[in-house]
Design a protein around this ligand. Structure first.
Ligand SMILES: O=C(O)CCC(=O)C(=O)O
Ligand SMILES: [Fe+2]
Length: 402
């Protein structure tokens, strides 16, 4: 039987066993009440409320006014009583110019500067310490060798990844070496009866906004395949069934990331508030054991979550951002506290130490038109073509206590 034409259906069609108008109206009232309850819960949860503000097509000016822009921190006049400048233990560029690039005259006055937020104990912000060419170097690795098999990709289990990785295919396509009539051009979905590879990020949080459902899976061109890749996991892999990192599934961490994270953890050793917390994790004890590269397209978001699977929750988590800027929300250990919105720009590094290691955080928004020109397609052929619509986040964790 069809639905009575005078009944509106904002919740989709009522279940077919409801036949009379009275039953359908009763069902509708129930739906309205439960939606109102859900909405009330969202509005009362300060983290979700702020998250929704930044997801709105037009971000409310009242939300935008609260954003802490890392690019303004270096100008001391922008430091409010909530932001506290601190001094790093080492000068990253002096100490490791192979990674961050050589120091220059612009660098000298800001070398060793980092910032804390009084209301978020443990969080350390290092405004972009990389030179332009050092940023390009990191991005290149994130798109090429770091993303190659056997490192696990969000595409695995859904698509047959080319043996040499997705970038190689994309590059051949861009250089005209691969056209749509070539048998390698399209990547086909794997058979739907094959279980996806269990990984750390096979959860809703890290699926970003686009999900690959088997029903919707279709063959993809090199460009579509690359843009569909949401993450790569490095080092120890998380076993989704046992909900633990799997000692049996440890891939070698790239040396570059080992060096990068150790240097940064050494730099933040001893950093803290004069009359409050202090990060005492020794840099020489840090081991880069697992990592995630997140690839965001302009409309992607990462839901609020806590990274709590690591056995060692005392070790800092190092996170670097490249490409488009984003709104990064950082709260406390529950979603009851209003988060601080940070605008992270290309090259920025944040280190989650101490209490902030257990804090809710998320990325509700990638900000359009914020890509630095040296990373765009006009100034950086091939890689810039990808970065024109992307943000990359690279984070490194120690998993075990050793
Ligand atoms: O993209 C970011 O900045 C955050 C990524 C993140 O929180 C994660 O991978 O756990
Ligand atoms: Fe996270």
């Amino acid at each position: 039987m069809g639905n009575p034409p005078d009944v509106e259906l904002p919740f989709g069609p009522p279940p077919p066993h409801l036949k009379s108008k009275r039953q359908i109206r009763f069902w509708q009232r129930q739906q309205e009440e439960s939606q109102a309850k859900r909405q009330k819960k969202i509005d009362q949860d300060p983290f979700r409320y702020v998250e929704r503000c930044f997801k709105a097509r037009a971000i409310p000016p009242s939300a935008m006014a609260k954003v802490v822009h890392t690019t303004q921190l270096l100008d001391d006049s922008h430091c409010s009583d909530v932001i506290v400048p601190v001094t790093l233990a080492i000068d990253l560029r002096q100490h490791c110019s192979a990674l961050f690039g050589p120091p220059d005259t612009q660098w000298t006055p800001r070398a060793r500067k980092a910032y804390l937020i009084k209301t978020i104990p443990g969080l350390i912000i290092i405004p972009n310490p990389f030179t332009e060419s050092a940023q390009r170097h990191m991005i290149k690795h994130c798109l090429t060798d770091f993303a190659e098999p056997p490192n696990v990709s969000s595409l695995d289990g859904h698509y047959e990844r080319p043996a040499k990785g997705v970038w190689d295919l994309y590059e051949r396509h861009c250089q005209g070496q691969l056209t749509s009539d070539d048998p390698d051009y399209y990547t086909v979905p794997v058979k739907s009866n094959q279980a996806p590879v269990p990984t750390m990020y096979q959860d809703d949080t890290h699926n970003h906004t686009h999900k690959t459902s088997d029903a919707a899976a279709k063959r993809l061109s090199p460009t579509d395949l690359l843009r569909k890749q949401r993450w790569i996991t490095l080092g120890y892999q998380y076993n989704w069934q046992t909900k633990e990192y799997d000692l049996e599934h440890g891939l070698p961490m790239p040396d570059l990331l080992d060096q990068l994270s150790k240097t940064i953890v050494s730099a933040v050793q001893g950093v803290g508030l004069a009359d409050g917390w202090r990060n005492d994790y020794p840099g020489d004890q840090f081991k880069a054991e697992a990592g995630v590269i997140n690839y965001y397209q302009l409309r992607d978001a990462l839901m609020a979550h806590v990274d709590k699977s690591e056995v060692n929750m005392e070790a800092p988590l190092v996170s670097a951002s490249f490409g488009h800027a984003c709104i990064y929300l950082i709260g406390r250990t529950t979603k009851e506290t209003e988060p601080i919105p940070l605008c992270l720009s290309s090259g920025d590094v944040i280190v989650m130490t101490g209490q902030s290691r257990k804090a809710y955080h998320g990325v509700p928004r990638i900000l359009e038109q914020t890509l630095p020109s040296f990373l765009d397609s006009q100034h950086w052929p091939l890689y810039g073509g990808y970065m024109d619509q992307a943000r990359i986040n690279l984070n490194v964790r120690q998993v075990f206590n050793k």
